[in-house]
Design a protein around this ligand. Structure first.
Ligand code: SF4
Length: 443
């Protein structure tokens, strides 16, 4: 009989991109025969995948490392905060190793050093599509790392480097194996999704019997062709409104991919966008959005915004509120500006007082909530195709999402049905009630 496999716990903090990194690490570890454990006690070693985007995220990461050391003792740190190894070692001198974002090999090396692998790794036990931290029916698909932009509030390029796109055939191979493994929704992520392929000059690669280009539009077409219409959803996150995005909206209109686009606008005031050094020209954005909606009337636009950026006046803030109303932004996240260490925006003039930032955030959320309620109300009586995520025991209803809702960040539909449904099932439901982004449906 072989000895118990060495077992690893993983704490994954931060954004979906970090989650994908964790999944890759887990997939590699499992393929080498390591066991996984969901609690500190049962694990021989813990990997903490950290986030370093904002100071609050750094603090949370440091706290998580501390907790893992107290509860388990053997801790390897990776992820975005890993680039600040001196800070981590100063706060937690007992960490075994510190590596940066997507340094999978370095993480694996550290694990091999501190917890040697089992002799009889059963490589064939790794499921198609790898091991994932998301439920079985949806998966994040990372198409590139890094970013060529230099937004002044952001330290991601200094952590993750310039844009590095994956070859189109590698992305498609991963997507296909995810679909074969039962995934019904692919969430395309990167730092700047619409810049995909720019760094590798839209390189050609061989995919099945044809040649594919590492180009945003081509990739969307190929991903959309992986399943029959409405049987595999493809959702785009972190899209910047470069001109070629217009062509992708046409694909949404013909239902090749979901009519959903996540565009982090961050603000609407021209001089603030300039101070933020945002990519893409914001001019005439309202007219472009109107044109998109003319092509694809059921388009959902999600966005995120920052309030209280240095130099933001009351007038700028009102421009932002007008924009979310006029553009009909369907889902909006709002962040209070944080003076992140290392971000160029720290040195900008006109820092806004915290109580004004807080007050603007409240006002933003009020407007957003009013819009959400109106939008929900308008859906009552309509029929919506939904994807089942699970069952909510407390409500006695299935939890599901419409095409307009990305997992974890958008709304939910509680479906009352006599049918036996499982996560990953699609069905059409009639919307009978709405409270903002929370809908009730019947099937
Ligand atoms: S686009 Fe801007 S905010 Fe997004 S990762 Fe790149 S630099 Fe950061």
């Amino acid at each position: 009989m072989s000895a118990r496999a060495p077992t690893i716990g993983i704490v994954s903090l931060g954004c979906p991109k970090a989650l994908v990194d964790s999944e890759r690490i887990i997939t590699r570890l499992r393929s080498e025969g390591y066991g996984l454990c969901a609690d500190y006690d049962g694990a021989d070693l813990v990997i903490v995948n950290t986030c370093g985007f904002l100071d609050s995220a750094k603090a949370e990461s440091l706290e998580a490392i501390g907790e893992a050391i107290t509860e388990n003792g053997k801790v390897i740190v990776t992820g975005c905060l890993g680039v600040e190894a001196p800070l981590i070692r100063e706060t937690h001198p007992n960490v075994l190793a510190v590596t940066g974002p997507h340094q999978y090999e370095a993480v694996l090396d550290a694990v091999h050093t501190h917890l040697p692998r089992a002799h009889d790794a059963k490589i064939d036990l790794v499921p198609e599509g790898g091991f994932r931290l998301t439920p079985r029916h949806y998966a994040y698909l990372k198409i590139s790392e890094g970013c060529n932009n230099r937004c002044t509030f952001c330290i991601i390029p200094s952590i993750r480097g310039d844009l590095a796109s994956r070859p189109a055939n590698a992305v498609l191979k991963e997507a296909e194996s995810l679909v074969k493994a039962g995934v019904k929704e692919l969430l395309v992520i990167s730092q700047d999704t619409s810049a995909y392929g720019v760094d590798i000059k839209y390189a050609e690669s061989k995919w099945k019997d044809r040649t594919v280009h590492a180009r945003f539009l081509d990739l969307c077409k190929e991903l959309g062709a992986l399943g029959a219409k409405d049987e595999v959803w493809v959702r785009l996150h972190y899209v910047y409104p470069y001109p070629h995005v217009d062509d992708v909206i046409a694909l949404m209109a013909e239902a090749t991919i979901l009519p959903y686009v996540d565009i982090p606008f961050q603000h609407a005031s021209p001089h603030l966008l300039k101070a933020m050094k945002r990519p893409a020209n914001q001019d005439k954005m309202l007219a472009r959005i109107a044109a998109w909606r003319a092509i694809c009337p059921n388009l959902t636009i999600r966005s995120s915004f920052i309030v209280g950026f240095p130099g933001e006046t009351e007038e700028d803030f009102e421009t932002l509120l007008d924009f979310i109303e006029e553009a009909g932004i369907d889902r909006a996240g709002c962040f209070k500006y944080e003076n992140v260490e290392g971000a160029p925006s720290r040195d900008l003039p006109g820092h806004v007082e915290q109580d004004i930032i807080d007050e603007r955030w409240e006002r933003f959320m009020e407007v957003q909530t009013t819009l959400a309620f109106a939008r929900g109300e308008a859906l009552i009586g309509s029929t919506q195709r939904v994807l089942i995520d699970g069952f909510d025991e407390e409500r006695g209803a299935y939890e599901a999402r419409t095409k307009a809702d990305a997992p974890e960040i958008d709304g939910v539909v509680y479906v009352e049905s006599q049918r036996t449904l499982a996560p990953g099932d699609f069905l059409d439901v009639e919307i009978i009630d709405a409270q903002g982004h929370e809908l009730t449906g019947r099937a």
